[in-house]
Ligand binder design. Structure first.
Ligand SMILES: Cc1cc2nc3c(=O)[nH]c(=O)nc-3n(C[C@H](O)[C@H](O)[C@H](O)COP(=O)(O)OP(=O)(O)OC[C@H]3O[C@@H](n4cnc5c(N)ncnc54)[C@H](O)[C@@H]3O)c2cc1C
Length: 432
C-alpha cells in the first residue's frame, strides 16, 4: 500500500520531518493551524524590516545543525555576545565592569554550590528554595547592597529569562541538564523564518487546518481538523507541549498513561518580547545586552540591542515567568509605557516615546500556550523521553519538548523532527 504521512505542525520540527520523508519518496502532507509557517519561529516584517518575535539566536554555532543549514542556504548571520553587556541601576548609574564580572563569578560559585547541595538531598526542590537554603550570598555580602542586587541580576538573567520559568517552580536537579553546542551565538538579520521557508520548499502544507482529533485506526491514522478530515498511513505530531496540556486535541485511543503523566508534569515557560523602535539611539549602540538592576522586582531585567541585527534604533525588552504572564493582561500601550518608564530610570527623562512597538503574548497563543518547555519540581528529564515515544507503529512524536538533549531550542526541535521521521521510516521498512 502506498504510504502517505500526515505531519501535524509546520514549525521547524514538522518541516524537518516532512523534508526528510519527502526525500525518501514518501508522500507527506503537513497540517498547520496558523496561516503561516514556522510556529515559534516567527519573523514579523510589518515594521518594514525583519524582527524575530519568537526564536532569534542560533545557540552555539559549532556543529549546530541550524548553523549548517544557514551555511547551506547562504543565509547571512550576525554574531552576538551576551558578555558584551552594560548594566544600569534605577538611578541611572552605570555599574562598573569589574563589579559585574565579580558578581558573575560569585553567582557561578553560589549556583554550583546550590546544585551540589540539592543533588545530595533525597528529593528535588525548586531553585528558589535551594537558593534560599544553600546560596549563602547574602551572608557573605553584608552591607553590600549593590553586590547582592548584581548577583540577583545574574540569577535572573541566567535562570529566569533563560528558562521563562519562575524560580519557585523550576527544578534544581534538572534545570541545566541539557547539552550545549560550543561557539558563539548568531542572529539572522533577514529573519529566522528564512530557514523554515527554505526547508519547506516543495512540501504540501495545508494552512488553517486546526487539528481537533488524531485517531489511530486499523489501516492508518485519521486526523480531523475544524474544517476537514485527512487520512494517512502514519502520522507525526509536533504539537507543542502547551497544546497537549490544554487538551484541545483528542487522541483516540487515549494516549498511554506514561505519556499523559509526562504531559501533566512538564510545564511551559514564558518569554515575551517588547520591540521598541525609537527615532534615534540613546544607548550604547555597540553593546549586545543592556541590563537593569531590578531592585523593585519589575518585569524588566534585560533589553537586547536590536540595532546590531536590524541596523535600526531598536531595543527589545525581554520579560519572563509570572511577571511576563501578568503583563499579558494589559494593553500594548500599557506594557510599552512600563518598559519606557524603566528605560527612563536607566537613561533619564529624555528617553523619547517609541515610534513603533510590537508586543508578544506567547502564553496566550492557542498554538503553543507558552514559549518553551521546562522541567518543574515533580517532573524529570525522562518525561521528555516519554513524550517522544511512538504510540504503536503509526503515530510518532516530535517537537522541542521531546528533545532530551536540546529542549527549548530550534536545533532541538529540528533534530527531534529528524529523529521521529527516521523512526517512522524504520517502522515502514520493518513491515514491508
Ligand atoms: C519568545 C521566544 C524566544 C525563543 N528564542 C529562541 C532562541 O533564541 N533560540 C532557539 O534556539 N530557540 C528559541 N526559542 C525556542 C524555539 O522557538 C522553539 O523551541 C522551536 O521553534 C519549537 O519548534 P517546534 O516545531 O517544536 O514547535 P512549534 O514551532 O511551536 O511548531 C508547532 C506547530 O504546530 C502548530 N499547531 C499547534 N496546535 C495545532 C493544532 N491544533 N492544529 C494544527 N497545528 C497546530 C503550531 O501553529 C506550530 O506551527 C524561542 C521561543 C520563543 C517563544
Amino acid at each position: 500500500m502506498a504510504k502517505s504521512v500526515l505531519i501535524i505542525g509546520a514549525g521547524i520540527a514538522g518541516i524537518a520531518a516532512a523534508n526528510f520523508l519527502q526525500k525518501q519518496n514518501i508522500q507527506v502532507t503537513v497540517l498547520e493551524g496558523r496561516d503561516r509557517l514556522g510556529g515559534r519561529i516567527y519573523t514579523d516584517r510589518t515594521l518594514g524590516y525583519p524582527v524575530d518575535l519568537g526564536a532569534s539566536w542560533i545557540h552555539g554555532i559549532k556543529k549546530n545543525p541550524i548553523g549548517k543549514l544557514a551555511k547551506q542556504y547562504h543565509l547571512p548571520l550576525v554574531k552576538t555576545d551576551y558578555d558584551n553587556l552594560v548594566i544600569y541601576d534605577h538611578n541611572g548609574n552605570k555599574i562598573r565592569e569589574k563589579d559585574i564580572w565579580k558578581s558573575w563569578k560569585q553567582f557561578a560559585k553560589a549556583i554550583a554550590r546550590v546544585k551540589r547541595k540539592a543533588e545530595s538531598l533525597e528529593s528535588d526542590l525548586s531553585i528558589a528554595r535551594a537558593w534560599q537554603e544553600f546560596a549563602k550570598v547574602e551572608e557573605n555580602n553584608e552591607e553590600q547592597n549593590q553586590s547582592i542586587d548584581l548577583i540577583h541580576w545574574c540569577r535572573a538573567s541566567e535562570l529566569l529569562v533563560e528558562t521563562g520559568m519562575d524560580l519557585e517552580r523550576l527544578s534544581c536537579w534538572y534545570w541545566d541538564e541539557d547539552e550545549d553546542f560550543a561557539g558563539a551565538d548568531y542572529l539572522f538579520p533577514e529573519g529566522y523564518d528564512r530557514i523554515v521557508a527554505q526547508l519547506s520548499e516543495n512540501l504540501d502544507i495545508r494552512y488553517q487546518q486546526i487539528v481537533t482529533q488524531i485517531a489511530i485506526v486499523e489501516d492508518g491514522v485519521n486526523v480531523t481538523t475544524e474544517t476537514d478530515n485527512f487520512k494517512g498511513t502514519e502520522a507525526i505530531s509536533t504539537l507543542p507541549l502547551g497544546v497537549l496540556k490544554a487538551g484541545s486535541v483528542q487522541f483516540l485511543p487515549e494516549l498511554p498513561p506514561n505519556k499523559r503523566e509526562a504531559i501533566a508534569r512538564l510545564e511551559m515557560g514564558t518569554l515575551n518580547k517588547i520591540v521598541l523602535q525609537f527615532p534615534e539611539t540613546f544607548w550604547e549602540g555597540d553593546r549586545d545586552l543592556i541590563g537593569y538592576l531590578n531592585r523593585e522586582n519589575s518585569a524588566f531585567w534585560e533589553f537586547f540591542n536590536g540595532q546590531k541585527c536590524s541596523g535600526r534604533p531598536v531595543l527589545i525588552a525581554l520579560t519572563a515567568g509570572k511577571a511576563a504572564r501578568e503583563l499579558e493582561n494589559q494593553s500594548d500601550r500599557e506594557i510599552v509605557s512600563q518598559a519606557i518608564a524603566i528605560l527612563r530610570r536607566m537613561f533619564g527623562p529624555s528617553v523619547p516615546e517609541p515610534e513603533n512597538a510590537r508586543v508578544t503574548r506567547w502564553s496566550r497563543d492557542r498554538f503553543s500556550w507558552g514559549s518553551y518547555s521546562q522541567i518543574p519540581v515533580g517532573a524529570t528529564i525522562d518525561d521528555r523521553d516519554r513524550l517522544a515515544e511512538a504510540v504503536g507503529s503509526r503515530l510518532f512524536f516530535a517537537g522541542e519538548a521531546t528533545s532530551r538533549d536540546y529542549p527549548g531550542t530550534v536545533h532541538g526541535a529540528y533534530l527531534s523532527g529528524l529523529r521521529a521521521a527516521r523512526e517512522l521510516a524504520e517502522a515502514i521498512a520493518a513491515y514491508k
